[in-house]
Design a protein around this ligand. Structure first.
Ligand code: AP5
Ligand code: MG
Length: 233
């Protein structure tokens, strides 16, 4: 009991009342990363993308990267035990004390339960689960046109969101690439995995009363505006 109170006490000071923990839900290519970056910038909270963390590890040829790549290249999820430890560790870092935007995590019910347990330990919870809705039919076109920066995580689209200079990242100047897992057959597999393993989280967060939904087929600025309206109402 005393320990519980101590935790709550610390949290009041650390949280400083702007604390907001947001998770982004949505199918592969729905625009989670695009929106998460803007939300994180607006509220000066960290953007934590498990996909970006894995891609950085692959680029640096780490043990984690080697393991993750075998799953990612097939359009499969990386096993829960590899992902959960990584995110829980990241959440303990000081820059998360005012909140964070989790992009691509959780992706399974066990991951969501592990996140709840980790947040509960600091008397926190998920405040908003933002579901960016885009029908499967739009996804393949989005993915084949996406160009990603493996250096800073920025994403562009050849047609919808072009870089100022084709093939070069506007943000950091590195080369833009077509992600290995954006090939059409892998995208179709990722969509199936999404429906089987990640979509159940919509019910999970609806039951917690924190699910909010936006139409991800609109222009990216309209999607952002819709999200901010929800967060600030
Ligand atoms: P991850 O990197 O998270 O991939 P994903 O969920 O498949 O999502 P994407 O990053 O492909 O899409 P997005 O929703 O971020 O869309 P974006 O903003 O880029 O994960 C990759 C892999 O890592 C997974 O398959 C898995 O193997 C592994 N992994 C990661 N997390 C894991 C976890 N928790 N557990 C287990 N495994 C895990 O937008 C897409 C494109 O559309 C871009 O070109 C963008 O410019 C464009 N666009 C965005 N918004 C709009 C708009 N409104 N209109 C038109 N175009 C738009
Ligand atoms: Mg992404």
């Amino acid at each position: 009991m005393v320990a519980d109170l101590d935790i709550r006490f610390d949290w009041v000071f650390e949280g400083d009342n702007v604390e907001m923990k947001i998770i982004m839900l949505g199918s592969p290519g729905a625009g989670k990363g695009t929106q998460a970056k803007r939300i994180a910038e607006k509220y000066s909270i960290p953007h934590i993308s498990t996909g970006d963390i894995f891609r950085a590890n692959i680029k640096n040829d780490t043990e984690l990267g080697k393991k993750a790549k075998t799953y990612m290249d097939q359009g499969l999820l990386v096993p829960d035990e590899l992902v959960v430890a990584l995110v829980v560790d990241r959440l303990k870092q000081g820059d998360c004390s005012n909140g964070c935007v989790l992009d691509g995590f959780p992706r399974t019910i066990p991951q969501a339960e592990a996140l709840d347990a980790a947040l509960k330990a600091i008397n926190g919870r998920v405040d908003y689960a933002v579901n960016v809705e885009v029908p499967d039919a739009n996804i393949v076109e989005r993915m084949s046109g996406r160009r990603a920066c493996l250096n800073c995580g920025a994403t562009f689209h050849l047609k919808h969101i072009p870089a100022k200079v084709e093939g070069i990242c506007d943000v950091c100047g590195a080369e833009l690439v077509l992600r290995d897992d954006d090939k059409t057959e892998t995208v179709l597999k990722r969509l199936k995995v999404y429906h089987d393993q990640t979509q159940p989280l919509i019910d999970y967060y609806t039951k917690q009363g924190v699910l909010v939904e936006v139409d991800g087929t609109k222009d990216k600025s309209e999607v952002f505006e819709a999200i901010i309206n929800i967060l600030e109402q």
